[in-house]
Design a protein around this ligand. Structure first.
Ligand SMILES: *[C@@H]1O[C@H](CO)[C@@H](O)[C@H](O)[C@H]1NC(C)=O
Ligand SMILES: *[C@@H]1O[C@H](CO)[C@@H](O)[C@H](O)[C@H]1NC(C)=O
Ligand SMILES: *[C@@H]1O[C@H](CO)[C@@H](O)[C@H](O)[C@H]1NC(C)=O
Ligand SMILES: *[C@@H]1O[C@H](CO)[C@@H](O)[C@H](O)[C@H]1NC(C)=O
Ligand SMILES: *[C@@H]1O[C@H](CO)[C@@H](O)[C@H](O)[C@H]1NC(C)=O
Ligand SMILES: *[C@@H]1O[C@H](CO)[C@@H](O)[C@H](O)[C@H]1NC(C)=O
Ligand SMILES: *[C@@H]1O[C@H](CO)[C@@H](O)[C@H](O)[C@H]1NC(C)=O
Ligand SMILES: *[C@@H]1O[C@H](CO)[C@@H](O)[C@H](O)[C@H]1NC(C)=O
Ligand SMILES: *[C@@H]1O[C@H](CO)[C@@H](O)[C@H](O)[C@H]1NC(C)=O
Length: 858
């Protein structure tokens, strides 16, 4: 993920050299004959510099095998499938040979003069050739005055009796005897190497000194008078005793780098029968100027007091991959020059203030891959030169002990929050922890001089207000991949986490579930050159979302539909693979941009494909034709006009609906006012007739309050001057003391209309029902409809029909319902007044009973 940004991080990829020729052929410099079934050396031009003949069936090399190849520098004859015989002066026609490789060929016969006549040979590879001690004893390498590297590893050499001619090989630097069977090496055998300074002498994996017991009195110092840059005695099964005896034996020989990995020193975990190294084990190396000691891959369980006390010049100590659980007090005393201490991959569980006492010069302490859960606060405080502390993959829950040092690795611990400690650092790595709250990020951004901050694979998802972002932050690289920023951002929090990062150059935000980028979130990132947004869920990038000077952008594995190419204007490279482009005409600008842009597009074109189109699913966008999209544009504009038109119509329609539903009362009142102004308050239809009242209001007295508020106040003249009707109702107009029936009859006959307000109470009130039937009978007598029935409340048809008089009315005539919506009340009352005022023409035709206005308002 985000590998492209590494270009910006300074990682330079080196292309491996590719031979321009196929196997079994040559050009004028190189002849390549791997796996060509050759049984003898092929004819090649005299200009050949490299002759590569591995993996063939060549059985014999004699002085006649090679033509004269003056230019040849490199000859590979290794890995022959058949045993190889090498005769006298076999390579004499190759006078300028530099490298001869016979590795992995089974050499059954090697003439003592086989390598003669190679004055410029500097590397001879004879590994895994089945060679025996004789190859050293019998002077095979004499006169190889340029020989620097001799690789004799993986042979069957049992002892190292060097032929005296080695004394003359003044260029010799490196001899590799690893993986042979050399069980002892003593002073007398290596005499020809005395006085030499070698860069590598490897005796690794030989069971050296461990198979047979050694009489060191006799054997003396094998490396007497020698200086070895690196002595490798790894994998020889050395115990504490062997190591101690060997160290004492090589008293005084210079060995700058002693590689003693894969040893068996130490008790391991849970055992006590095997010794851990102690003060005496390495004491014999006191005068050997050991600078680098590698004791990795062993079983050391405890680091004892003054274990390395005599190694005053030691700079690098590697104790990785042991079983170290205990560090004794003063274990590192004497390591006055130590700079790098590697204690990774051990079993340390806790660290104490005194553990690293004595390491006054140490700059790098590697403690990764232990089980450290707790560290005393002052453990690292007094390591004045400490530069880098690696505590990755431990079990830390807090970091109070972290000193102010430039480089801090804390990845793979159990940190949930960070304490408010004062910290300065250039580099902080905190990936793979459990950090949740972005307040931690605000805190880290305050760290002075911070340049690289690595926070990927945490759980950043919440945000509580942190300190305001500082003004001018030094941060250059910020890794926030594999968090959950979407959760914080979608809640609208922490949108300012990148504020003030004017120096930031590289930002990783991959795998954060991002659906969109909060606008302006990158606005301060004016120096940003690389941005990784891969593996999110972005569908759209808007202009202005990306920082202005961006050069490399990774938006692969998102859900971009049809990106606008102008977004990528500033870029030099972009990764657009595995999105979900929609291959419709909207994509045509993007496709033609892809076809001709100078911006480097990462990956294979097949990985930039279309989705969501029946016929185009997973079709590379490059192969999609956008022909016909221009016509479609014309159509598009027609479509656009249609769209505008229908939008307007729809809006009008919706407005009408809105007015009817929400503002009809207001409109009605306006209408009434206008009407009143026009007709100058000239009440219509108010000609006097023979009736005393305009209407008799018949209702249950339990409903009086409601009737007064809802009707009387708005209609009856006595309630307001605005009202025009004179109404009759029991509570006011009935003559007290008079028979109730008489009162009702009077009211009915002296009113033009009878309005019955049929409510639940009305139906339960016998007087009301009586009045209703009476009014109905007057209607029949008049041959006109004088009864107006208004149903109030939620009475069902069924409830009305239960009462005989009402039933007969309902069956013949329409009735009114009191409106449910308050807005409609004014309109209703107006309607009602009109009904009341309407004068019935005397109807002569019996059958033609006029209908009341049909009104059922819901
Ligand atoms: C080498 O011999 C094998 C077996 O005879 C054959 O399959 C192969 O093609 C040969 N290779 C060349 C390069 O001739
Ligand atoms: C290579 O061989 C050609 C003849 O085949 C000869 O003319 C030329 O001098 C030779 N070159 C060298 C460097 O030996
Ligand atoms: C180490 O040297 C001592 C004294 O020379 C000897 O007794 C002992 O056997 C030696 N140990 C090994 C493992 O060679
Ligand atoms: C190493 O050699 C020096 C002098 O050559 C001698 O003083 C010292 O005791 C020797 N050390 C050991 C451990 O043999
Ligand atoms: C320490 O050793 C481990 C394991 O071999 C290695 O990965 C790491 O790079 C070493 N640390 C240093 C600082 O060399
Ligand atoms: C952290 O500590 C510093 C000084 O010790 C103090 O100024 C700051 O307010 C503290 N921050 C928080 C968030 O507690
Ligand atoms: C920001 O800091 C840099 C040094 O890191 C300094 O050169 C620059 O002037 C500062 N800019 C502002 C606006 O403070
Ligand atoms: C890409 O450009 C070439 C000419 O530069 C043109 O022939 C080809 O049709 C174009 N392909 C697409 C998909 O636009
Ligand atoms: C691509 O680069 C060439 C030469 O560097 C330039 O002429 C051309 O205009 C560039 N094309 C675009 C689309 O930038």
């Amino acid at each position: 993920m985000g590998d492209h940004l590494e270009l910006l991080l300074g990682v330079v990829l080196v292309a491996s050299p590719v031979f321009g020729i196929s196997s079994c052929s040559f050009d004028h410099q190189t002849a390549l004959y791997h796996f060509c079934n050759l049984t003898k050396v092929p004819q090649v031009p005299n200009t050949t510099k490299s002759l590569l003949l591995s993996f063939n069936y060549i059985r014999t090399i004699t002085s006649m095998s090679f033509p004269f190849l003056e230019q040849l520098k490199l000859l590979e004859l290794g890995s022959q499938f058949t045993p190889l015989t090498i005769d006298k002066d076999a390579f004499r026609n190759l006078p300028n040979l530099r490298i001869l490789d016979l590795g992995k060929s089974q050499i059954t016969f090697l003439h003592p003069d086989a390598f003669q006549g190679l004055p410029h040979l500097f590397e001879l590879r004879l590994f895994y050739c089945g060679l025996s001690d004789a190859v050293l004893k019998d002077g095979y390498f004499r006169n190889l005055e340029s020989l620097i590297r001799l690789d004799l590893s993986k042979n069957q050499i049992l002892s190292l009796h060097f032929h005296p001619s080695f004394q003359e090989l003044n260029s010799l630097k490196s001899i590799d005897f690893s993986l042979n069977q050399v069980s002892t090496v003593c002073e007398s055998e290596l005499k020809p190497l005395q006085g030499k300074m070698l860069s590598l002498f490897s005796l690794a994996s030989n069971h050296l000194y461990s198979r047979d017991s050694v009489d060191w009195e006799k054997c003396m110092n094998p490396f007497r008078n020698m200086a070895l840059e690196t002595l490798d005695v790894s994998g020889n099964g050395w115990t504490v005793d062997i190591t101690g005896n060997f160290s004492n034996a090589i008293n005084g020989s210079q060995i700058f780098s002693l590689i003693l990995t894969h040893h068996i020193m130490g008790s391991g975990f849970g055992f006590h029968n095997i010794k851990n190294p102690d003060q005496s084990t390495f004491a014999g190396l006191a005068r050997s100027s050991v600078v680098h000691l590698d004791l990795s891959h062993g079983f050391i369980f405890s680091l004892n007091f003054q274990l390395f006390g005599t190694l005053k010049e030691l700079k690098i100590l590697n104790l990785a991959h042991n079983k170290i659980n205990k560090i004794a007090k003063g274990a590192f005393y004497g390591l006055n020059s130590l700079q790098i201490l590697n204690l990774s991959y051990n079993l340390l569980g806790e660290l104490y203030n005194s553990n690293f006492n004595g390491l006054s010069k140490v700059t790098y302490v590697d403690l990764q891959k232990n089980h450290i859960g707790i560290i005393q606060d002052d453990t690292f405080r007094f390591l004045e030169n400490l530069n880098t502390l690696d505590l990755r993959d431990n079990a830390l829950k807090t970091i109070y002990f972290i000193p102010s040092i430039p480089n801090i690795f804390l990845g793979g611990n159990k940190l949930v929050t960070l304490p408010n400690i004062s910290l300065r650092a250039n580099f902080i790595q905190l990936s793979e922890n459990r950090l949740e709250n972005l307040a931690t990020l605000y805190f880290l951004l305050q760290v002075p001089h911070l340049q690289i901050l690595i926070l990927n694979q945490n759980r950043f998802s919440s945000c509580s207000p942190g300190p305001a972002p500082a003004e001018n932050l030094s941060l250059e690289q910020l890794f926030l991949g594999e968090n959950m920023l979407q959760l914080a951002w979608q809640a609208g929090f922490c949108l300012d986490i990148f504020k003030g990062l004017f120096h930031l150059q590289v930002l990783y935000l991959n795998n954060n579930y991002l659906r969109s980028l909060p606008s302006g979130v990158f606005s301060d990132l004016t120096a940003l050159r690389g941005l990784d947004l891969s593996s999110n869920r972005l569908t759209v990038l808007s202009p202005g979302d990306l920082p202005a000077n961006l050069e490399v952008l990774d938006v692969s594995k998102n859900q971009l539909l049809y990106p606008d190419p102008s977004l990528f204007a500033s870029l030099s490279a972009v990764d657009l693979r595995h999105n979900q482009f929609i291959c419709e005409c909207q994509l045509s600008t993007f496709i033609s941009w892809l076809n001709q842009t100078n911006v480097t597009i990462f990956g294979s074109p097949a990985d930039i494909y279309c989705m969501f189109h029946e016929s185009f699913s997973r079709v590379p966008v490059f192969s999609v034709s956008m022909e016909g999209c221009d016509e479609e544009e014309a159509l598009q504009s027609l479509k656009f006009s249609l769209f505008i038109f229908s939008t307007v119509m729809l809006t009008l329609f919706l407005m009408t609906i809105f007015i009817v539903t929400k503002c009809r009362r207001f409109c009605f009142l306006c209408y009434k006012r206008v009407q009143r102004l026009v007709f100058k308050d000239h009440p219509q239809g108010l000609e006097s007739d023979m009736y005393k009242y305009d209407a008799y209001l018949c209702f249950s007295n339990k409903d009086f309050k409601w009737v007064q508020n809802a009707l009387l106040k708005h209609l009856d003249t006595q309630y307001s001057d605005q009202n025009r009707l004179s109404l009759c109702f029991e509570e006011r107009d009935f003559v007290p003391g008079e028979n109730h029936i008489t009162n009702i009859q009077d009211a009915i006959w002296s009113s033009r209309k009878i309005v019955c307000l049929v409510s639940r109470h009305f139906l339960q009130d016998g007087w009301c029902l009586e009045a209703f039937s009476y009014a109905q009978s007057r209607g029949v007598a008049d041959l006109s409809s004088v009864l107006i029935m208004v149903v109030v409340g939620s009475l069902s048809q069924y409830q009305l029909m239960k009462h005989q008089s009402i039933r007969s009315f309902v069956q013949k005539q329409q009735y009114l319902r009191w409106p449910e919506d308050l807005q409609d009340v004014d309109w209703f009352l107006n309607k009602l007044s009109q009904q009341i005022l309407k004068r019935e023409k005397a109807k002569k035709m019996v059958n033609n009973i006029p209908l009341q206005t049909v009104t059922t308002i819901t």
